[in-house]
Design a binder for this molecule. Sequence first.
Ligand SMILES: C[S@@+](CC[C@H](N)C(=O)[O-])C[C@H]1O[C@@H](n2cnc3c(N)ncnc32)[C@H](O)[C@@H]1O
Length: 245
Amino acid sequence: MKTDDLKREIAKIKWWHTIDLGNGLITPGRVDPRGRWKELGISENLQGMTVLDIGAWDGFFSFEVERHGAKRVLATDSFCWGGQGWGTKTGFELARKALDSKVDDMEIDVLDISPDKIGIFDLVLFLGVFYHMRYPLLALERVFSVTKNQLVLKTHVDMLSTKRPAMRFYPGTELANDPTNWWGPNPAAVVAMLKTVGFKKVRIVSQYPSLFYRIAKAIRNKIKNNRVPFFQAIQQDAMVFHAWR
Ligand SMILES: C[S@@+](CC[C@H](N)C(=O)[O-])C[C@H]1O[C@@H](n2cnc3c(N)ncnc32)[C@H](O)[C@@H]1O
């Protein structure tokens, strides 16, 4: 596709991910994950591996694992790709074409995932999806069933001052005015749930967010007119977990 044509196509899409498509063309995403790859703690060398990216949306992380050598990547999604949210699948399809990527895709709900339907994968990415799950343990059981070796899970977390496993429930639009946000687990709950569904080893990859850091972040958000009450905001962050079979 010619650069000018690609530029026109990019402009027609509402992007979630900022993706560098080459030739100076960068998609105007709502989030820029380009600097966030490292925080996931994934090996830089994925040579020969099979990878599943659940809830891929525009596909930034699918294309990234392919770039790091994965031999087969399957990107799945349902909510946005199915047109239920403000996003669509058009961004993923355009980026795949522009990057000349071989990433496969399947529109499938997390709860419909099984080895029979999609196979099993050396590495599974479950990034920014867990807190959208209405049935969190059931969702993790499905994710476990298709993980051959390792899962990388990134999620919104809450109740950070509570040490025992606990999750905050967000009815309605309580979290970020988004009715698809259901749960804010604390790290102990994420670890316990991953073990409950069968993972043998679980590691918290992110540094535990200190109270000082959380207060500073909550003040910054307040200044930016964030709607989350201050004392709730200081209990929240996002964290990365690794789990092995
Ligand atoms: C916050 S976005 C995260 C996108 C990407 N993984 C990332 O980390 O930037 C959540 C994604 O999960 C998808 N999703 C939400 N519920 C889902 C479900 N039940 N089954 C499959 N995908 C779902 C949405 O469509 C969306 O693409």
